[in-house]
Design a protein around this ligand. Structure first.
Ligand SMILES: *Cc1c(COP(=O)(O)O)cnc(C)c1O
Length: 440
């Protein structure tokens, strides 16, 4: 057991103070693979998503413009940048962009990447091995009744704080699967209601995410027809998320934004159990190597990846072990114990992690609405403090110095990853907005 009490940040983390941790093991270099995963895996996933595109376009008309490809805009947010500089009394160099996964079609969060991908892969595996489907078919045939009947013989289960359940539930139910979502206490009522309307079985827990996952896994394992989407360990989910990097690289190119030795890219990703931000980070590091710098953002009350990486104990330690309550209004990030697999994968490729108080999430959410008319949920606002930490804190300045980036910051691009929000009902979104206004 590591003597983690010796780490200078531990006391601040225990006191739920905001901190900025630079990963001492970060290695700024090109990478070929992480935990056995390579660009081949990313390309294979992208190909699979293309095979499914005709089905998705037919089943979900909101994807018709993108021809069944589930992707979100990358938006430059200059008005937001000015507001952020004003409230923090600082200036930030480079361009500020928002990756609007809040507006991903079908389920309105970053989980529409990994979660939907894993359901599609499972459906394909089943149908192909049954001889009903082959890789060169037009997958719009999956809308036929015989496929719905076939998939209805199978179950899918998942444990979730809400958004993963939405993605698995919506896509699983559309294909015909019997889906059970094990929801933690943090999950918002509207997410449970929406799933029940779609015929998904929702089981509610009074405890947190880790317990919902554990129970879901246990119950699913007892049933051979049930497939468990394992948010804590799944490499399929991870690779589904990583495809975002391939798409982002094209969007950057289209916008004329360079990423190279003289044009650093900084990316700020809200982190729960780690699969979403970890998969995106993996993909970006494969494509951009040392020229991309990825940081995770966690709530001060749920800093599970920070605690796991800083101690090196990964999933062997929880925030509760340090006396932290794991109670946050950032429901998508309310995770007390990180994925061990993701933490290990991040050891040398993640630049750092910062924590954010809940009040700041509401504040940024309402400012974003005022300045850019973009609606996001509280969890999705966690990344905004990233550029501020990087450019105004001693830790950030030291990072820039040590990476020899000081005279390149005018050429930098900063991407805040907005991970969810477009499905939040209007009245609830307005209550978030008003809460943010009172905090300003
Ligand atoms: C799930 C989620 C995240 C984080 O993803 P993990 O894979 O749990 O780390 C971030 N933001 C929102 C809105 C989410 O739902």
């Amino acid at each position: 057991m590591v003597n983690f009490d010796a780490h200078p940040l531990i006391n601040k983390i225990k006191d739920t103070k905001e901190v900025f941790w630079i990963n001492p093991d970060y290695e700024p270099k090109s990478i070929q693979s992480v935990e056995g995963l390579t660009i081949e895996d990313m390309n294979e996933a992208e190909e699979r998503l293309k095979r499914f595109a005709p089905y998705i376009e037919a089943e979900f008309p909101e994807t018709s413009e993108s021809k069944g490809i589930i992707e979100s805009p990358l938006a430059e947010i200059n008005n937001m940048k000015t507001s952020m500089e004003n409230i923090n009394n600082t200036s930030t160099k480079g361009r500020l962009l928002l990756k609007c996964d809040s507006h991903l079609p079908i389920s309105g969060s970053i989980k529409a990447r990994g979660g939907i991908y894993e359901v599609l892969k499972h459906a394909e595996d089943l149908a192909v091995s049954e001889g009903m489907l082959s890789y060169d078919d037009n997958y719009s045939i999956l809308k036929e009744q015989k496929f719905k009947e076939f998939f209805s013989r199978y179950k899918i289960a998942v444990g979730s704080t809400g958004n993963l359940g939405l993605s698995i539930g919506i896509m699983g139910a559309a294909l015909g699967f019997k889906v059970t979502v094990h929801m933690s206490a943090d999950a918002r009522q509207w997410k449970k209601n929406l799933l029940r309307r779609k015929g998904v079985t929702v089981i509610e827990y009074e405890s947190d995410y880790s317990k919902a996952v554990e129970e879901g896994r246990k119950q699913s394992e007892m049933d051979p027809s049930s497939y468990f989407v394992d948010d804590e360990n799944s490499k399929t989910l991870f690779i589904g998320y990583s495809v975002a990097a391939l798409r982002l690289a094209n969007q950057l190119k289209d916008m004329g934004i360079k990423v190279d030795e003289d044009h650093p890219l900084f990316v700020y990703l809200p982190c729960g159990v780690g699969g979403g931000p970890g998969g995106v980070t993996f993909g970006l590091k494969i494509l951009f190597g040392p020229n991309v710098h990825c940081f995770f953002a966690e709530p001060t009350h749920s800093p599970c990846m920070l605690v796991g990486m800083l101690t090196g104990l990964h999933n062997k330690i929880s925030v509760q072990d340090l006396g932290i309550d794991n109670i946050t209004e950032a429901d998508g990030l309310a995770v007390g114990r990180p994925s061990g697999f993701v933490g290990k994968a991040m050891e040398k490729i993640l630049s750092g992690i910062f924590t954010v108080e809940d009040s700041r999430l509401y504040k940024y959410l309402s400012i974003l609405m005022d300045t850019e008319k973009i609606n996001i949920e509280p969890s999705a606002a966690a990344g905004f403090q990233g550029p501020i930490w990087l450019m105004s804190s001693p830790e950030g300045k030291e990072y820039i110095e040590s990476m020899k980036l000081k005279d390149k910051m005018d050429n930098a691009a900063h991407i805040v990853w907005a991970t969810g929000g477009s499905m939040v009902p209007d009245t609830i979104m307005m209550s978030y907005y008003h809460k943010g206004k009172t905090i300003r």
